[in-house]
Design a protein around this ligand. Structure first.
Ligand code: P1T
Length: 388
């Protein structure tokens, strides 16, 4: 990011960083560079690109823009959120230890539990909202503390600043999965974290039409290792996917503001509904860590979950919704609803789900940009006719 761009606000950076008019044609939209290989004038003499897995101009534009949004020195783009996560985990070695927030996306749990453990990396799950629990779980082998905040699907909030201080005092790095918050609402690197990961499939893309991932860091040494692994492992996004993400990013702040406003209205309506026993949303006074969320987030975001009596009641609500689509994923313009225990978190064993608090009556909502009144009416009719 140039000095001039560094002074720009979030939305100006979202629209312009990495995306000046094309010098060859003046096109105001970044071209999609489909070339897999780039001609060299002499061996090793080129314009910065050799082969598209190692570097591509459209991907570079995306990486520059995403780095600017997290106010990071570096960003690396990947073919999915899990592609980003697994590339980051490959920096670890056998016998290294990871402490992670117990309430994480089911696919993240699966990556740790079913893949990385096979390579001799060990893991301890903690409630990272409890600083003592984090400190007690850290061992001399701990290299990484992995956080989500807010978490998927219980919307628990972790004090990133405080956990970073504890982790750093033991020589461990801190990674925050910032997918739910987005860089517009929360910037973990400014709160002490060393590295941020995103499923760009969600808010960054924002339109349910592209799968992608990203890692951001301001640590030059870490970036060097990540850049090597991005190329060596090869989980890179296609130029068209990068272009779609760039297109989505331009409206990120607008969408997230509307989604956060809508979510607050929906959360309050659900809290007042007799069929709902509990609402998990960081903006509600009833949320255990609302004050931490208020301190580290600009608004409270578009995600929430709520509890009804049991699984049959949850299924009835989900089947009766008409505006909300019953679907996995989140963060796009259209509202989605899903059942974590049977869908996004089905890869977490039942006993572990129960221990963490992901019950069978839990429904997760991703609030879109529709009219809040219509979303509330849809939920109210589904809850009323479901005898939840
Ligand atoms: O799906 P992918 O782009 O690979 O991202 C994985 C991922 C990582 N981190 C968080 C917090 C996520 O929520 C996800 C993907 N989550 C869903 C598909 C979901 O419905 O929760």
């Amino acid at each position: 990011m140039s000095q001039k761009e560094g002074g720009w606000g979030f939305s100006t950076r979202a629209v312009h960083v990495g995306q000046g008019p094309d010098p060859a044609t003046g096109a105001v939209v970044q071209p999609i560079h489909l070339a897999t290989t780039f001609a060299q004038e002499a061996v090793g003499k080129h314009h910065g690109f050799e082969y598209s897995r190692s570097g591509n101009p459209t991907r570079q534009a995306l990486e520059e823009c995403l780095a600017a949004l997290e106010e990071a020195r570096h960003c690396l783009a990947f073919a999915s959120g899990l592609g980003a996560e697994s590339t980051l985990m490959l920096l670890l070695k056998p016998n290294d230890h990871v402490v992670y927030m117990e309430d994480v996306y089911g696919g993240t749990f699966r990556l740790f539990d079913k893949v990385m453990k096979r390579f001799g990396i060990t893991f301890t799950a903690v409630d990272a909202a409890d600083l003592d629990a984090v400190e007690n779980a850290i061992t001399p082998a701990t290299r990484l503390v992995w956080l989500e905040s807010p978490t998927n699907p219980l919307m628990r909030v972790v004090d990133i600043d405080a956990v970073s201080e504890v982790a750093h005092s033991h020589g461990a790095r801190v990674c925050v999965d910032n997918t739910f918050a987005t860089p517009y609402l929360q910037q973990p690197l400014h709160l002490g974290a060393d590295v941020v990961v995103h499923s760009a499939t969600k808010y960054i893309g924002g339109h349910s039409d592209v799968v992608g991932g990203a890692i951001m860091t301001s640590d030059d040494e870490l970036e060097k290792q990540l850049r090597f692994h991005q190329n060596a492992v090869g989980a890179v996004p296609s130029p068209f996917d990068c272009w779609l993400l760039l297109r989505g990013i331009k409206t990120l702040a607008l969408r997230v503001e509307r989604q956060s406003e809508n979510a607050m209205t929906v959360a309050r309506a659900l809290e007042a509904n007799k069929a709902v026993s509990r609402v998990h949303y960081p903006g509600l006074e009833s949320h255990a860590n609302r004050s931490v969320a208020q301190r580290q987030m600009r608004m409270f975001g578009g995600m929430m979950s709520f509890e009804v009596k049991d699984e049959p009641a949850a299924f009835r609500v989900l089947e009766r919704l008409t505006i909300f689509a019953l679907a996995e994923s989140l963060g796009a313009v259209e509202s989605l609803a899903e059942h974590p225990a049977r869908m996004t978190h089905a890869s977490v064993p039942a006993a572990e789900r129960k221990r963490v608090g992901v019950g069978d009556g839990l429904i997760r909502l991703s609030i879109g940009v529709e009219d809040a009144a219509d979303l509330v009416a849809d939920l109210e009719q589904a809850l009323a006719s479901s005898h939840a």
